[in-house]
Ligand binder design. Structure first.
Ligand code: SF4
Length: 121
C-alpha cells in the first residue's frame, strides 16, 4: 500500500489531498473539499494528464513557427509521442487563432489548435 500527498490545482483553495493506492488502484481519497478534488486526485495518481503547448513550423508567415496548444489535457506519458507528431507538421499561412491543425492527436480526443493568428506574407 502506498500513500501519495497531492495539492489539488482545480481551484485557488489548493486542498491537500491524500491518496491511498494498492496494486495500481485507488483505495481512498481524503482531504478534498469537493468531488472535483477526488476526481483530480484519482486521475493524477493513476495516469496524470496535462495540457501540451508547443509550436509547429509555418510557411509564408512573418515567423517560422506558430504557437499551438491542445484543446484539452492529454496523458503525461504520451507527451514525447505527441511532440514527435507535432514536429512532423508544417502549416501554411494564413492561420486563425483556434484553427484545428491536428485532429484527435494520437487518439487522445484532443485537437492541436493554433494559439494565435498569423497572416500570410
Ligand atoms: S478539492 Fe475542490 S475545493 Fe479543494 S482545491 Fe480541489 S477543487 Fe478546490
Amino acid at each position: 500500500m502506498e500513500t501519495k500527498e497531492l495539492i489539488c490545482v482545480n481551484c485557488p483553495m489548493g486542498c491537500r489531498v491524500s491518496v491511498t493506492i494498492e496494486a495500481g488502484e485507488v483505495l481512498s481519497v481524503t482531504g478534498n473539499s469537493c468531488p472535483r478534488g477526488e476526481a483530480y486526485a484519482r486521475q493524477e495518481s493513476i495516469r496524470p494528464m496535462r495540457i501540451l503547448t508547443s509550436t509547429v513550423k509555418i510557411d509564408h508567415a512573418l515567423h517560422r513557427v506558430l504557437p499551438v496548444i491542445t484543446s484539452k489535457d492529454i496523458p503525461l506519458d504520451m507527451m514525447d509521442a505527441a511532440m514527435e507528431e507535432i514536429r512532423r507538421v508544417t502549416v501554411d499561412a494564413p492561420v486563425k487563432m483556434n484553427d484545428v491543425l491536428i485532429e484527435n492527436l494520437l487518439g487522445t480526443g484532443a485537437d492541436v489548435i493554433a494559439s494565435r493568428s498569423m497572416d500570410r506574407i
